[in-house]
Design a binder for this molecule. Structure first.
Ligand code: AMP
Length: 139
C-alpha cells in the first residue's frame, strides 16, 4: 500500500492552494482540465478522498469518480463534438503515474492519441479556458 503525501499537487488543488481550471465539483469529486493535455479537452477526475492508487480508494469514492467521469465524458461529446472518449488511469510509478493522488484521465479522442507521451507539453491557459467553457456549457 502506498502512503499518501498530502503535499502532492492534486491535494493542493483540492485545498485551493494552487489554481485549476475547474469543470465540475461535488461533495466527493473534482473535475478539471489537464494542463499538459494529450488531446483538446483532456480532463482529470479526482476523488476528495486521499488515495494514491485505485487499490487504496474506497468503493464509494471509486463509484463517485465514475459518476463524474460519465458527466464529463458526455459533456466532452456534446460540447466539443468528440466522437470518442478514452479513459486512462495509472497506478504507481511502475505504470507511469506521476501525481500520487488517484485520478482518471478523461480524454476526448482515440487510442492513437494515448500513444503520444503525456504530461510533457504545457497548454496555453487561455485556450484551456475556452475548451473548459464549452465542456461546462454542455454539463
Ligand atoms: P499521471 O501521469 O497519470 O499521474 O497524470 C498526471 C496528470 O496530471 C498529467 O497528465 C499532467 O499533465 C497533469 N497535471 C500535472 N499537474 C497539473 C496541474 N497543476 N493541473 C492540472 N493537471 C496537472
Amino acid at each position: 500500500m502506498s502512503s499518501y503525501d498530502p503535499q502532492n499537487i492534486f491535494a493542493k488543488i483540492l485545498r485551493g492552494e494552487i489554481p485549476c481550471i475547474k469543470l465540475h465539483e461535488d461533495e466527493h469529486t473534482l473535475a478539471f482540465m489537464d494542463i499538459m493535455p494529450q488531446t483538446e479537452g483532456h480532463a482529470l477526475v479526482i476523488p476528495k478522498e486521499p488515495a494514491v492508487t485505485l487499490f487504496e480508494l474506497s468503493d464509494a469514492a471509486a463509484a463517485a469518480c465514475m459518476a463524474t467521469v460519465r458527466k464529463i465524458g458526455n459533456a466532452q461529446k456534446k460540447g466539443l463534438g468528440a466522437d470518442g472518449v478514452v479513459l486512462m488511469q495509472l497506478n504507481g510509478p511502475g505504470a507511469g503515474q506521476t501525481v500520487p493522488h488517484f485520478h482518471i484521465h478523461v480524454i476526448p479522442g482515440s487510442l492513437a492519441d494515448l500513444r503520444k507521451p503525456h504530461a510533457t507539453h504545457m497548454a496555453d491557459t487561455a485556450h484551456l479556458k475556452t475548451l473548459a467553457e464549452k465542456i461546462i456549457a454542455a454539463l
